[in-house]
Design a binder for this molecule. Sequence first.
Ligand code: ZN
Length: 291
Amino acid sequence: MKLIRFGEVGNERPGMVLSDGSVIDASIFGEDYDEKFFDAQGLKRLRRWAATFSGSAPRLTSPVRYGPPVARPSKIVCIGLNYHDHAEETGLAIPREPILFLKSTSAISGPFDDLVIPRGSSKVDWEVELGIVIGRRASVVPESRAADHIGGYLIVNDVSERGFQLERGGQWVKGKSADGFAPMGPYFVTPDEIGNAHDLKMWLAVNGETMQKSSTAHMIFGIPLIISYVSQFMTLLPGDIISTGTPSGVGLGRKPPRFLKPGDVLECGIEGLGKQRQEVVPWQRGVKKTA
Ligand code: ZN
């Protein structure tokens, strides 16, 4: 299944992309794609519902805003330096165990929402990443059972403010958590439609110029290990997102470094998961972009 959420910020409604490419409003199914939905076998029930009712559900015809395809999760766990070439471009050592950090859930935005440069910021950077959506509560899960806990996948752009992240002391979370720093979607795709999640092409472009071009095949730590590893330290709840790290080609790694400015257009995609596009805009007091 390929799921979307659509509508105004904070009032998104569930939808679904059918195999013929048409998009339906799934509101009459009666549930948003949130923790409760995943926890109560929502994906299985939605699949059954769609088999009978998707033909008669209302089609989305006029343009709508796409929201993040999963309702606000309890947490976003990110894996740092999970691609050799990215670790090298940052000048940091290849990690022996996965590096974990958290990103605030208020950073989540829709895949086509404007990207706001935070107040006082001059080093906003991009990171296209494969996001895992947890489908079933996971605590101290062995690698061999990790697949049972995957609900699906989506694109995460792990937008980062390098000054806040690296020059202000303490943890990376400061540079990862501004409003709009986690565009997600457009689609949440279940594993049966993805095939091998360790073999998906991924790319990112700024103003049409390709900056990142790689494949999930190049992750240092693979998906089962990541889920098992994170679950040793915290309970992953249904709907939680793990963003699995980015390949080389970020602005910080360029010589000279290249950061985003108002007017730039950011596009990224992952094979089978669709494509995002954000326009970069300046910060303005009182304008909130969080989904
Ligand atoms: Zn990242």
